[in-house]
Design a protein around this ligand. Sequence first.
Ligand code: BGC
Length: 475
Amino acid sequence: MRRTFRMPPKNVLRTMADHLRKYETLFTLTPQRMRMIVEAFTESLDVGLAKPDQIVPMIPTFVFGWPSGQETGDYLALDLGGTNLRVCLVTLQGNGKFELTQTKYRLAEEQKQDDGQKLFDFCAECLKTFVESNVGEGPGMLKEGQVLPLGFTFSYPCTQERIDHGELIRWTKGFGAPNTEGRDVAAMFKESLAKHNLPVQLTALINDTTGTLIASHYVNPRTKIAVIFGTGCNAAYMEHVKDIPKIANLGVPPDADMAINCEWGAFDSFEHEHLPRTKYDIIVDEASNKPGEQAFEKLISGRYLGEILRLVLCELIDEGVLFLGQNTYKLEKPYCFDTAFLSLMESDPTDELLMIIGIFTHFFAIETTLAERQFFRALAKLIGRRAARLSSCGIAAIVKKMGYLEEGCAVGADGSLYNKYPGFADRVHEGLQDIFGDKGRNIVTYHAEDGSGVGSAIIAAMTKIRKDAGLCLHV
Ligand code: BGC
């Protein structure tokens, strides 16, 4: 239990302003610093393409080239994300059009730590329930006896040897299910499917970013890069096979293109040489289930931003600056401060900051002064803005590497942070201009198509077309 009985500082207003200045220095990224990060980032991308098992693994996905937009048919998609499990039936209608029916299932925290095979059994059970309740006549329904191709969106870093294979390198986003790392999750899932005797065929294992890349290009062919800023963060783009030295021995035609799942959340992991980490970031990292790993993601993604702010608040409580004489034990629980609170605090439209009053009284039983609330809002802004500016460094690294700056490109973006955090996209764009000057305007992010559902279906369709045409799937 945390109680403080020190005397309140004489001029609270001034104290809060002083503190804010300190955090401004800690959390602000100058354009110069951003350019240095981009430099190091670009190098890591190259190293990841050159050699296997690098920090940024740059995973070849065996998704060959862009969709034609003419892919058609019914496909199932299963999406194991950071928070939910989603099952979709996607009907691709050609000309970039599609229909989608879906059901979401909530994943319990315990399931993320329970045995891996059990997690896949649960996925198969949900799929079975979905299939059974969607069999019937009419559009959006599955026909009795129909065997459907299934795209499995598994958004964790997996090394792939072919499209329906993926060895889990490591769990991210707080998952820790034992007996899964180092194993082929596609094979594990097939085992669960067999137990339930399901009329489906696992055609492709994909990452959410790869799905987003393909789905976004299906409807907007100017798209060259896809990014996810949600519970985790990552990017995918289309690479020339001749520029992926580590797969030179596979015999894929060098003039082919292949999507790369960057897994950029791992940038600067273990070495911590390039990213400006504050002491709060270091605590988040060291207290996590994967210390040292996902260094970039831990500064950016929705899983961590609330926790970073909470740690600053706890420090100020300890120093006797905040919530004098109040019982603050509710704020002491790790991860109790949701990143959604930062969004709400930043978008509070009232002079009195009533939304912030609500958050602190309702969730933490704490009274706040106006000066404190203004400080919290400013702090949220610093943390949210840093996340967006670091995100633009990642995008800039791919743009630079691929030479997309002059002609410009569209970047399909998805995830709760991108979609719901006020001003996130604007801050990413502002960051791109700080890095590239006026030309940064040529790079435009936009809300992507549903990659994990539609993208997964399109990739399953593309794979089926290749298979039917006798083209290589894994060479
Ligand atoms: C995972 C990626 C995923 C990203 C966004 C990261 O934690 O490692 O595979 O694309 O989250 O969901």
